[in-house]
Design a protein around this ligand. Structure first.
Ligand code: SAM
Length: 313
C-alpha cells in the first residue's frame, strides 16, 4: 500500500517531547509512522507505543517502524488507560497526539473523506464502526444537521444546506460525496476567496462520524495522569475547535485553584499537574510552503510537575 503523509512540525514536536532516550513514549495517532519513526530513531533502550484506530495506518506504520522497539495497537486512543494496562505499563515519559485525519485518509478516494473525489459517503477512520457519513447525511434530522454544520464546520449557510439535504432525501438517498458536493454547491452562493463550498460541511461530518472532539479532553487527562514527573505531552491540532479543547484542558491542569474568583479561600483543593511549555507554536512559512496542509497547525506542549499536595509532603 502506498501511504502518503507528510508529518507536520516534526522536529519541533519531537524536540520538545523527548527528554530520555531510554524512556517509554506513546504516539496516540501513529498514522503512517512519520513522527513515530523520528521518535523511535532517537530511542536507545526505550520503547515506543503507537496507537491508531485505522488498520491501514497500523499496516503502514508496521512497515515503517520495522526493526525498532515498537508496539502497535489498533484502537481508539480513548482507551489510553486500558491499552497501557494491557501492556503492563504504569508510567510513561511522553505522549504525542497529532490530531485529525492523515493525508492518506483524505487522498484515498474510496474512504469518502474528500470533496475532491467522487466516492461512497463513508469518512470512518475505523471501518469497524457503525456510524458513517451516509448515516449522518441520510438519517440525521434537519436540526441535527444544522447543529453539526454550525458547530463543527462553522458554516454560515448551515440552514440552507440542511434544508437542501432534507428536501433531496424525500425523493432519493444521498449516496456519494459527489452528490453531496453538488447539493451544497446548489444551495450556497459562490463567494470569491471562500475556499471550496463543501469544505466546512465535510469537516463537520467527519468530526461527527469519528467523534473527534468527544474523546479529546479525556485522553489528555489520561495521558497527563500516566506521565512521570518531568514527562511531556505534545499535541498538534488543525482547527480552532480542537485547539480550544487542548488549550482549556491544559489551562485547567496547569492551575492550582479553580474555585470561583469571588471565594475568599480555596475550597476546591485542585492542584496543578502540569506546567505549560510556552504558548502554541505554529509551522514556519517554509514548512507551509512545502506542505500547505500544515497551514492551520498548532503545537501545544506541557510537562508534568509534582502536584502541590505531593510537593508539600
Ligand atoms: C494526522 S494523522 C497522524 C500522522 C502521523 N503523526 C505521522 O507523522 O505519520 C492522524 C492519525 O490519527 C488517527 N486518529 C485520529 N483520531 C484517533 C483516535 N481517536 N484514536 C486513534 N487514532 C486516531 C487517524 O486515523 C490518523 O491515522
Amino acid at each position: 500500500m502506498d501511504y502518503k503523509h507528510t508529518s507536520v512540525m516534526l522536529d519541533e514536536a519531537i524536540d520538545i517531547l523527548m527528554t530520555d532516550e531510554r524512556g517509554i513514549y506513546v504516539d496516540g495517532t501513529v498514522g503512517g509512522g512519520g513522527h513515530a519513526r523520528a521518535m523511535a530513531s532517537r530511542l536507545d533502550g526505550g520503547l515506543l507505543i503507537g496507537i491508531d484506530r485505522d488498520q491501514e495506518a497500523i499496516d503502514a506504520a508496521a512497515d515503517r517502524l520495522s526493526g525498532f522497539n515498537v508496539r502497535l495497537v489498533r484502537s481508539n486512543f480513548s482507551r489510553f488507560d486500558e491499552i497501557l494496562d494491557e501492556l503492563s505499563i504504569d508510567r510513561i515519559d511522553g505522549a504525542i497526539f497529532d490530531l485529525g485525519v492523515s493525508s492518506h485518509q483524505i487522498d484515498e478516494a474510496s474512504r469518502g473523506f474528500s470533496y475532491m473525489h467522487d466516492a461512497p459517503l463513508d469518512m470512518r477512520m475505523d471501518i469497524r464502526q457503525q456510524l458513517s457519513a451516509f448515516d449522518v447525511v441520510n438519517h440525521y434530522s434537519e436540526d441535527q444537521l444544522v447543529k453539526i454544520f454550525s458547530e463543527y464546520g462553522e458554516e454560515k449557510f448551515s440552514k440552507r444546506i440542511a434544508r437542501a439535504i432534507v428536501e433531496r432525501r424525500r425523493s432519493t438517498e444521498i449516496k456519494t460525496t459527489g452528490d453531496l458536493v453538488e447539493l451544497i454547491k446548489g444551495s450556497v452562493p459562490a463567494l470569491k476567496g471562500a475556499g471550496h463550498p463543501a469544505k466546512r460541511v465535510f469537516q463537520a461530518i467527519r468530526i461527527e462520524v469519528n467523534n473527534e472532539l468527544g474523546v479529546l479532553d479525556g485522553v489528555l487527562r489520561s495521558a497527563v495522569n500516566r506521565l512521570k514527573v518531568g514527562g511531556r505531552l505534545a499535541v498538534i491540532t488543525f482547527h480552532s475547535l480542537e485547539d480550544r479543547i487542548v488549550k482549556t484542558t491544559f489551562k485547567e491542569l496547569a492551575t492550582d485553584c479553580i474555585c470561583p474568583k469571588d471565594l475568599p479561600v480555596c475550597v476546591c483543593g485542585h492542584r496543578a499537574q502540569i506546567k505549560l511549555l510556552g504558548r502554541a507554536r505554529t509551522p514556519s512559512s517554509q514548512e507551509i510552503k512545502n506542505n500547505p496542509r500544515a497551514k492551520s497547525a498548532k503545537l501545544r506542549a506541557a510537562e508534568k510537575i509534582q502536584s502541590g499536595v505531593e510537593r508539600s509532603i
